[in-house]
Design a protein around this ligand. Structure first.
Ligand code: NAG
Length: 386
């Protein structure tokens, strides 16, 4: 009523010059070029800072982008903490960071100095709830694919831990054991299909989680390691204590703790008592449990009856919530992440109502009151002094 007659429009405008800080676990297309494409699509200029943890890929990106892209619009800066710190001192129009919450806080603090908006793609402990009465063989294969396939657990949406009932746990371990052997053979350390850990720092971090005195006795599957090849066999830990390190930091590797509960419904409370994860997965044929899981579990994204796949569906936004991040991208959401939605209202000169302007005579007040309460008679009365 107030704007009539007019037309409203949303105009997407580029933010300006944006900084993309990517990471090492999918260092090429997914986590580096993905956000860069979104930024260019929305009309921005981009500086990409690839990860120093995967230096060969970073220098290849730098070389290829320098060769094939318009360097007045896309630049790559290689380097580590020093270079990133120098980049963060600049004033950007948006910073897009993929990584962990500790560095995420540094990014956010630097961005605050210039009121720069951020997208933070972080991680977290993504749970998998496994109900009974499911197709356990298929569920096990899908869990293994999400956890150990590709990057040996070095994936932000990888299942971090599993919750199942006390009575179902041994069946689940058996199924995992059987399918892991089908995929990786009797000695997984010899398998060419099992990725190694990115470097010895992360290898040692994972071994420390596993060799913790409260955890090492609870290994029910795997545990073998090869320090030279930086490989760790798919490893399952049953009922690690709540306060053990493996249950309190993001694992980001091939170790899978299974936690047991009395009733499967208890899993929802357990997940909600922790920080919001990047992903949450449920294997169940119980409709009620599924509805409750979708409505009450807060997570960046979810998959029912599978793992990781929401990530590759281009019609879904990908991003975290709370401790797992802020903002999202993929598909058109990448375009949205790098543009400002400018609100544009256009009007002609007709329909200029006197009641809008002083002096605020009584008839104007009556008119407006009638107008907003939808009282047509009152409107006419006010206008024509009936
Ligand atoms: C999950 O799988 C179970 C068992 O096959 C099935 O009953 C259930 O409908 C599936 N859930 C969805 C959302 O398709």
């Amino acid at each position: 009523m107030v704007t009539y007659p007019s037309s409203a429009q949303i105009v997407s405008e580029p933010l300006g010059v944006v900084l993309v800080i990517s990471t090492w676990n999918y260092p090429f297309s997914t986590l580096s070029l993905g956000p860069v494409i979104g930024a260019i699509a929305a009309g921005n200029a981009v500086v990409l800072k690839p990860s120093e943890v995967s230096p060969a890929t970073s220098s290849l990106l730098s070389k290829l982008l320098g060769e094939y892209m318009d360097t007045s619009a896309v630049r790559v800066v290689e380097g580590s903490v020093l270079e990133t710190t120098a980049l963060l001192e600049q004033k950007w129009d948006k910073i897009f960071y993929t990584g962990n919450g500790k560095v995420g806080r540094v990014i956010l603090a630097a961005a605050a100095k210039h009121l720069t908006p951020v997208v933070l793609e972080l991680g977290g402990k993504s749970p998998v709830v496994v109900d009974s009465n499911i197709n356990l063989k298929v569920a096990a294969r899908r869990m293994i694919s999400g956890k150990w396939g590709g990057n040996s657990g070095q994936t932000c949406v990888s299942p971090d831990y599993v919750i199942t009932t006390k009575e179902y746990a041994s069946k689940l371990v058996d199924a995992l054991s059987c399918e892991i052997e089908n995929f990786y053979g009797k000695d997984p350390l010899q398998s060419n299909d099992l990725s190694s850990i990115v470097n010895s720092r992360h290898f040692d971090r994972l071994i420390n989680l596993l060799d913790d005195e409260t955890v090492s006795g609870k290994i029910v599957l795997g545990g073998q390691r090869d320090k030279v090849k930086l490989k760790i066999a798919p490893t399952v830990v049953l009922d690690a204590p709540k306060d053990s390190p493996i249950m309190n930091e993001e694992i980001f590797g091939p170790l899978l703790p299974i936690i047991t509960v009395n009733k499967i419904e208890d899993s929802i409370r357990l997940i909600s008592s922790k920080e919001k994860p990047l992903a949450a997965y449920l294997f169940s044929n119980d409709k009620k449990l599924k509805e409750e899981f979708i409505t009450s579990v807060s997570a960046g994204g979810m998959v029912i009856n599978d793992t990781n796949l929401h990530l590759v569906e281009p019609n879904l936004p990908f991003g975290g919530v709370g401790e797992s991040g802020t903002g999202s991208y993929h598909g058109r959401f990448s375009f949205d992440a790098f543009s400002h939605k400018k609100a544009v209202l256009q009007r002609g000169f007709t329909g200029d109502i006197a009641a809008r302007y002083p002096p605020y005579a009584n008839w104007k007040i009556d008119f407006l009151k009638s107008l907003f309460s939808g009282n047509l008679i009152g409107v006419l009365r006010a206008l024509f002094g009936w």
